[in-house]
Ligand binder design. Structure first.
Ligand SMILES: *Cc1c(COP(=O)(O)O)cnc(C)c1O
Length: 481
């Protein structure tokens, strides 16, 4: 069955219309519409059986639009502050459409055929430029599906390096040979712990040496004691993971230079998770928070968060691309062998073989906005967070739980009607129920709390702050004492 040109054109015109409508009206659309139906009722609207014969494209379009998209959360709108969501710049949306239209498989660097891999390297270098990190600090680089994948790569190559350096073993080839590799961190993001498990290091081997909830100060003496004992034996080594941007507060780990020195002294690998914190470096006002993040052996960041490109796009950087080749390039396959190239083959230095051309939206967005354009987005988001934080701090029924370091506001409801164990979650539901703002939950000081993270280029102080304040007031008033 062929889809006719006329039908394709009609569908594409609908897509263009949706793109323009969302561009014009995203700020006015409900941030989220809470579904009163149960999951089961929802599913009944969906076609669940594979049809034997197909149907016209416009019918499929209608079905999918009505059952999935019409009431979907407007997660790239300006008041969606859940997790760290990020929006989509128009340039990146166009780039993503184009990546789909050409559907290149960026598994191999074939410079005579396409410069897609070169563009990927350039985009990754431009992000370093944006963040005032010398390109030479991280000569090895690759796009991934997200910070979780980048953290996983980090743990996998760190493991390989520690195996070689400390025990002269090749873990990718021979396994752990009875050796144990600990992972030392401070309030590492849950995806790091996940990566530790996936890399076979054992989640139980994670040791937290932070002295506070935002992983700012570390017990460096304790860390050195662990590293020294390991060096005196011959069965244990270490990977150290620094978080650059704690998820609840946007707080940073201090003293990366001292941590680096200890890693160097004791042959430990330093991995830096800067999923969103990297971009502090693009703001003169905040750059000092993220000092020394060029000192990692490997570094993670995200583009689908604060760089405002569509999912999925993560960044991975390393000083040791040779470790990537050892881990990911070991299983040779004749039909994929293209010999030596100036840029390593993506499939030989990363997790995936087949890969989407996800560099294109990123590259197009970086060129279109430039360093100044991105700096403005970051500064505007941080300024919004500060102003929202001030307002919450002065509100009698709300409690600000930490200073606003970057673009995240951490708070809690303190008004009486919500003062019970489920109160925080119910208050979050009440905020979402206003359809004006979206926030998500966390735990702080062992108690339920609320995070609101600003990371969308569309968020505007003048328009959006009053709406968010109104949403919080409405939520508060939805329950009276
Ligand atoms: C979001 C985040 C991650 C995980 O990123 P994904 O893109 O969701 O895989 C890891 N580390 C930190 C600090 C994050 O903020």
């Amino acid at each position: 069955m062929n889809i006719s040109r006329t039908d394709l054109q009609a569908a594409l015109e609908r897509v263009v219309q949706i793109a323009l409508d969302r561009n014009d009206h995203l700020p006015e659309l409900p941030v989220v519409q809470m579904n009163q139906n149960t999951d089961q009722a929802e599913t009944q609207l969906l076609t669940s059986r594979l049809p034997t014969t197909g149907q016209p494209l416009d019918k499929t379009f209608d079905q999918v639009f009505d059952s999935v998209l019409k009431e979907a959360p407007n997660a790239n709108g300006p008041r969606f502050f859940g997790l760290i969501t990020g929006g989509t710049t128009p340039a990146s949306i166009v780039g993503d459409f184009l990546a789909t239209l050409y559907d290149l498989n960026v598994a191999l660097h074939l410079p005579k055929e396409t410069n897609a891999v070169t563009i990927e390297q350039l985009a990754l270098d431009m992000v370093l430029d944006l963040c005032q990190i010398p390109r030479e600090a991280y000569p090895g680089k690759l796009l991934t599906t997200g910070a979780t994948a980048s953290n996983t790569m980090g743990m996998m190559i760190a493991r390989q390096w520690v195996g070689k350096k400390r025990f002269n073993i090749d873990i990718a080839e021979d396994g752990f040979c009875g050796k144990v590799i600990k992972v030392i961190g401070g309030r590492a993001h849950s995806s790091v712990i996940k990566a530790v498990g996936v890399a076979g290091l054992g989640r139980g081997n994670y040791i937290d040496v932070s002295l506070d909830q935002r992983g700012y100060k570390w017990d460096l003496e304790k860390m050195e004691t662990i590293l020294k004992a390991q060096r005196n034996g011959d069965s244990e080594g270490s990977i150290v993971v620094v978080g650059c941007g704690e998820i609840n507060t946007g707080g940073f780990t201090a003293d990366i230079d001292k941590i680096r020195a200890l890693c160097t002294q004791y042959d430990a690998w330093l991995h830096i998770d800067a999923a969103f914190g990297l971009y502090a470096r693009a703001m003169p006002s905040h750059a000092a928070f993220a000092a020394n993040i060029e000192m990692g052996d490997s570094m993670t960041s995200d583009a689908h968060k604060w760089l405002n490109v569509p999912y999925d796009c993560g960044l991975f950087y390393t000083k040791h691309i040779d470790m990537c080749s050892e881990v990911f390039g070991g299983a040779k396959s004749a039909y994929l062998d293209t010999g030596k190239t100036s840029i390593p083959q993506p499939l030989s230095v990363g997790i995936e073989n087949s890969r989407r051309f996800r560099a294109l939206p990123l590259y197009m967005s970086l060129l279109t906005y430039g360093a100044k354009g991105y700096q403005e987005i970051f500064e505007s988001n941080c300024n919004f967070a500060v102003r929202l934080g001030e307002w919450i701090d002065q509100h009698p029924d709300l409690e600000l739980l930490a200073p606003v370091y970057l673009h995240t506001v951490l708070f809690r409801v303190s008004a009486k009607p919500w003062a019970h164990p489920e109160g925080n979650d119910q208050f979050i539901e009440a905020i979402k129920g206003t359809e004006k703002a979206y926030v998500t939950k966390t735990v702080w000081d062992g108690q339920p709390a609320i995070r609101a993270a600003m990371s969308n280029w569309r968020t505007e102080l003048d328009r959006d702050l009053p709406i968010v304040q109104q949403a919080l007031e409405e939520a508060l008033q939805s329950r009276t004492a």
